[in-house]
Ligand binder design. Sequence first.
Ligand code: HEM
Ligand code: HEM
Length: 196
Amino acid sequence: MTAQTNRYTTVAITLHWLIAVMLVLLIVVGWQAGDLREALLSGQETDATLEDVRFIYNMHKTFGLLVLVLSLARLAWRFTHKTPPMPETMAGWEKFAARFAHIAFYVLMIGMPLLGWAAASSSGLPSYLFDSDALRLPDLPVPESESVHEFTGWLHGRGGWAILVLLAIHAGAALKHHIFDKDDVLARMLPFLKRS
Ligand code: HEM
Ligand code: HEM
């Protein structure tokens, strides 16, 4: 294996951007599904049917589980490869904050799908991958109860907000590196950018 000291590998870069885009889409779809379900249950006028809501949730669950698999792959990559060192010019607290944000992201990338799966499993309703009746998702071993479902669903929703807050800080920091510090931190994760 060749030692790559100052760039992320293609695998790491691909996984980073794929997971980032999927997380944002999953959050938007999760909110939309919730709004649609509320509208239907409260009898508001809408063209959507309960079948549509079931379809959206099943696709949300399918792609959410794909994020879980991709994130575990990414974590495996992380443990088996050296990551590029942070610039010497970064203050101690900045390095600590960056490391903290990266670890928090990994916790959310793995914890969020598991929480969603727990919420689905405790609801008592079946879930189907790709909305296909042939692909029933097995339940996690959690009690089937209204309070467990409400709590895990609530935590899952808070997790969505935590991802968005971290994303704002993380992307802001990446842009600061590129625009103000003029170092290679963003360019090594975004290969089409010119390196300094
Ligand atoms: C990283 C992946 C995921 C993200 C970012 C995500 C995000 C979200 C968001 C933002 C909501 C809306 C919550 C609200 O309205 O307060 C939601 C709802 C939901 N998600 Fe996910 N989700 C992910 C994966 C999953 C998975 C893998 C499953 C199940 C296998 C799942 C099951 C659910 C369920 C059942 C709800 C409705 C919860 C409720 O309102 O009771 N999610 N998700
Ligand atoms: C929800 C979306 C995102 C997630 C979950 C995420 C997650 C991560 C994680 C976990 C790392 C650490 C890589 C490792 O060492 O294992 C990382 C690195 C990085 N991310 Fe993101 N990221 C997201 C969005 C973004 C965006 C929008 C940008 C740019 C504007 C960005 C720029 C970077 C850069 C430049 C690095 C490398 C930092 C370094 O070399 O120390 N990320 N990201």
